[in-house]
Design a protein around this ligand. Sequence first.
Ligand SMILES: [Zn+2]
Length: 457
Amino acid sequence: MRKVNDATVTLGKENKSRGRSFWRFFKRFVLYSLLFVIIVVTGSIIYYYSTLYTAGEKQEGYLALTNATVLVDEELEAHEKSTVLIQDGIIIDVGRDDEVDIPASATVMDLNGHTLMPGLIDLHVHLGMKEMELGQELGPFGIIGLVSDFIRFTPDKRKSLLEHGITTVRSVGDEHEWIMEFRQLIQDGELEGPRLFTSGSLFTTLEGHPIATIGTDPDSEVVLFPDTPKEARDNVQEMVSGDEGVDLIKVVQERGLSEYPLEPIATDVLQAIVTEANIHNIPVTGHWGALKDLEELIEAGVDGLEHLGRGVVLNGWPEELLETIIEGDMLLTPTLTVETINAEPEYQQLLLERAEEFHLADGQFVVGTDAGMPGVFFGPSMYQELELLVKSGLSPQEALQAATSRAADALQSDEIGVIEPGRAADLIVIDGHPLQQIEDVQNVSKVFRDGRLVVEH
Ligand SMILES: [Zn+2]
């Protein structure tokens, strides 16, 4: 009995001390967990704010960029030994060095030996897409990166675009609410980055691109797919109304290949979208692939065309269609970079020939890269696109116009794209002579956004 009692006493003691050590372990566990959470949260906050890439101070007072070869007017005519005078972010005078009166209070930057030109405009980007090599899988880290990019409004892309001399982009299909907020933050001067124009959601069908092709979630705000003309008009009205209104409408008219047919937008729905946008004076640009897609877009009366579709690449330009495009002043964003990626050499050759035919017929190109698509990167793809345009027979000057003044026309903007008084000082300084050789455009040494020096190499 005693023995048992003794044993019970010992056991009780052991239980007590075991209880105490459990309690100690539990307290430590809670403490360390708490510490871990604090470190992660603090780390995330520091990471968030230190990588947000916020905008610097506004340019105030006078800034004179002197002694440069300035590419002036819509034609980008080279004027040597010239000055651009800026006040509060706006160009107020342009002329030969001895013609421009520089106020005594001005900050003067001597750009001797450099070319000064308007910032480049990429008219076809998808900022919400993850940059990936061709054939790369997204993976778990990719998803974390995607989310982290999303909540910080893609600082790396904003930075890379500016560093490559791109001071304006046009988003043609991104998460609606996100991209509208993005545009606002740029406009308000909170985030640094290129000026942003956007279509918000794009119009397509449930069995169309990009839902049925790259798997865009039909429940996401990237896509709208009205079933009836009435629904289409309502969608457009909603998108263009108020300060939050979109800058353009993007439609996807794509019936796919015979092996993989896709559903294009019904012609009465397409017509309703374009008509309603016209009423609100909002331009419409249309993605196309097959000849029939192109015909339907032209019939509906769109202002711009995205891509150089395989219908034309393989079959050539039907003469009447080509005439209608040119007489109707429709602007074509051929996105040659993305069209040539992964394509057979024969197809690439044909593509460039079709581009040349369009150019020789007096068709008007504008520049867009489709950055965000696999293998097409924000910034460098602009140089690829310009070089491909030159390969298609455009002079470097014509290719650069397509990425500046004419791109500004596509945006219906007289605020950017040309070096002339009254326009915003979105300017780039190039080491070299891009009008003589297009590759020189890659040597960006300074970038100004609204007169603010944002890149200096
Ligand atoms: Zn696209």
